[in-house]
Write a protein that binds this ligand. Structure first.
Ligand SMILES: Cc1cc2nc3c(=O)[nH]c(=O)nc-3n(C[C@H](O)[C@H](O)[C@H](O)COP(=O)(O)OP(=O)(O)OC[C@H]3O[C@@H](n4cnc5c(N)ncnc54)[C@H](O)[C@@H]3O)c2cc1C
Length: 498
């Protein structure tokens, strides 16, 4: 039986980057993926004449060659940059409250400030100070946390110490009076899943800082192009990838990793494992409980699962402008009460008061869809629990009923959308559960309350030789999960060298 230095379980962003980093260092690596393509969320699928992007709406951390963001450097490091083309997006987002408010912000500090000051002249000073705080706060976070300054103290990093444990809402209340303004500056809470009251200010600052400093990007060919490029370098450097091959068991003996058993029952010896499967699956399903330290179950019991998504992938038979699409990233809200919007994520229904994100890729990359056509993705967040209680016989009917409600929300801003639909595919939380293997189809890993901020959650191995990569061990999103793969690989290399 062929043995490996490392078996990586799952070819999502985290697993792919971990495998690519390890083969580059000369390790003998096998990557196991249950699906038939690499990428996890970072994939595409075809319907009719459209190739639909599954997940990537806005990519953070790229920057330009002159001012490289952390992700550009990482992708450069594994040798995939020359295979990919990244296109900067001109809008940060358009946020609408149909009939009441419609504001578009550009990914540039001074443009954001002046546009907001134009709409909210009574809050000029607060607007200036809030974005100044984000810039200065996150610069301190980079020094203290990401660059791991050994002299991190209150005097050197005053903002870090003052704001790292605050909720987004606390800071919004400190700087702004108008609830509409608080609402306009915070739709990115939907990228993390918790409303400003529950979301850490650190996480909000990270997103705004990242998109303003390094701009949001689109990837030509979609996220599948990235996943394929990373898979190609793994194979070119001697790594092996097996698709349609899930891991059923991680073998542990005397507290150390001994290998993996596939779903076909094949036993593969290995010194280390990096799991890109969810932390729940890794410790509860893949490893015999007697080998799992109590601390792991204690930690898991303190966590709650994040939302999944309800998504419509739509191919339109027209150019974006024919349905009034002018910006690539659109947040459509039914009201400004984010707590109620969040509570409704625990139900199956989508109503006028709910929010929907609408992305049109063709506005950034006109070659994204066939000529004369374009595609949009409509996404909202939903906890998977309620979808699990839908009787199987009613599933398809429910799926189409909710899709219809979601289209109604989008039609408030784009009234002609429906009549141009040529193709449509619907993904419910159960779809995400099936394709990713994550409990309840959770797409953001665990809920990220202030107490769970990445600043405070160490990703330490609980079992010798076992590491985790991906959205269950920190931030979600493309940049963080790709970074997490490199981090896991580096930690493993340190252990092997020790
Ligand atoms: C609808 C949607 C929109 C999004 N929009 C954005 C966006 O605009 N910007 C952004 O930055 N992020 C976005 N994200 C989030 C981002 O896509 C994810 O955070 C990221 O892709 C997750 O990567 P991961 O490494 O955690 O792996 P995952 O994508 O979760 O993949 C895990 C992989 O492991 C495999 N696997 C699981 N169990 C096993 C097993 N036992 N054996 C073998 N294989 C296994 C699965 O098949 C899967 O391929 C979005 C996500 C979704 C769903």
């Amino acid at each position: 039986m062929e043995g490996y230095d490392v078996v990586v379980i799952g070819a999502g962003n985290g697993g792919l980057m971990a495998a690519a980093t390890l083969v580059q260092k000369g390790l003998n690596v096998l990557l196991l993926e249950r699906h038939n393509i690499p990428g996890g969320c970072a994939t595409s699928f075809c319907r009719g004449r459209f190739e639909f992007e599954v997940a990537l709406h806005q990519l953070s951390g790229m920057g330009t060659p002159e001012k490289a963001g952390p992700l550009r450097s990482l992708l450069d490091g594994i040798g995939v940059m020359d295979k990919l083309e990244f296109v900067p997006m001109s809008d940060l987002y358009r946020v609408t409250l149909p009939g009441k408010l419609d504001i578009t912000l550009r990914p540039d500090w001074s443009e954001i400030i002046s546009e907001l000051q134009r709409h909210f002249p009574n809050e000029k000073e607060g607007i200036e100070k809030y974005f100044d705080l984000i810039r200065k706060y996150f610069t301190e976070v980079i020094g203290a946390f990401y660059l791991n300054d050994p002299e991190t103290n209150r005097e050197k990093y005053p903002l870090y110490f003052r704001y790292a444990l605050k909720s987004t809402q606390e800071v919004l209340d400190q700087y702004f009076k108008d609830p509409l303004l608080k609402f306009v500056v915070s739709p990115y809470w939907s990228y993390m899943g918790l409303p400003p009251r529950l979301m850490s200010f650190n996480d909000m600052a990270a997103m705004i800082f990242g998109f303003c400093e390094f701009k949001p990007y689109h990837l030509r060919g979609g996220s599948q192009a990235l996943s394929n490029a990373i898979a190609d370098v793994i194979i070119a450097r001697g790594g092996k990838i097996r698709f349609n091959c899930g891991a059923k068991k991680i073998i542990v003996e005397d507290g150390s990793i001994k290998g993996v058993v596939t779903e076909d029952g094949e036993e593969i010896p290995a010194t280390c494992v990096i799991s890109n499967a969810s932390k729940v699956v890794t410790y509860v399903e893949l490893i015999d409980h007697k080998h799992v330290p109590d601390a792991v179950f204690k930690e898991l019991r303190q966590c709650s699962l994040s939302q999944s998504a309800f998504t419509l992938y739509i191919g339109l038979d027209c150019e974006p402008k024919e349905v009034g699409l002018t910006e690539s990233t659109n947040f459509i809200f039914g009201g400004t009460d984010m707590d109620s919007a969040y509570e409704r994520m625990k139900t199956i229904e989508i109503g006028d008061e709910d929010f929907v994100m609408l992305t049109c890729y063709d506005l950034i990359d006109p070659s994204f869809s066939p000529e004369g056509a374009c595609q949009v993705a409509l996404v909202t967040l939903k906890y998977g629990e309620t979808w699990l209680s839908v009787p199987p016989a009613q599933y398809v009917r429910e799926k189409y009923r909710i899709a219809d409600s979601m289209l109604h929300v989008a039609e408030k801003v784009f009234p002609d959308l429906r009549k141009h639909i040529e193709e449509i595919e619907i993904a419910t939380p159960l779809t995400h559960m099936r394709y990713l293997g994550h409990p309840r189809g959770a797409i953001y890993g665990f809920d990220h309350y202030v107490k769970d901020s990445t600043l405070f959650v160490p990703n330490q191995p609980h079992i010798k030789g076992l590491y985790s990569a991906g959205g269950w061990v920190g931030f979600n999103g493309f940049q963080p999960t790709l970074e997490s793969g490199v981090k896991a690989a580096k930690a493993l290399l340190r252990e092997l060298r020790a």
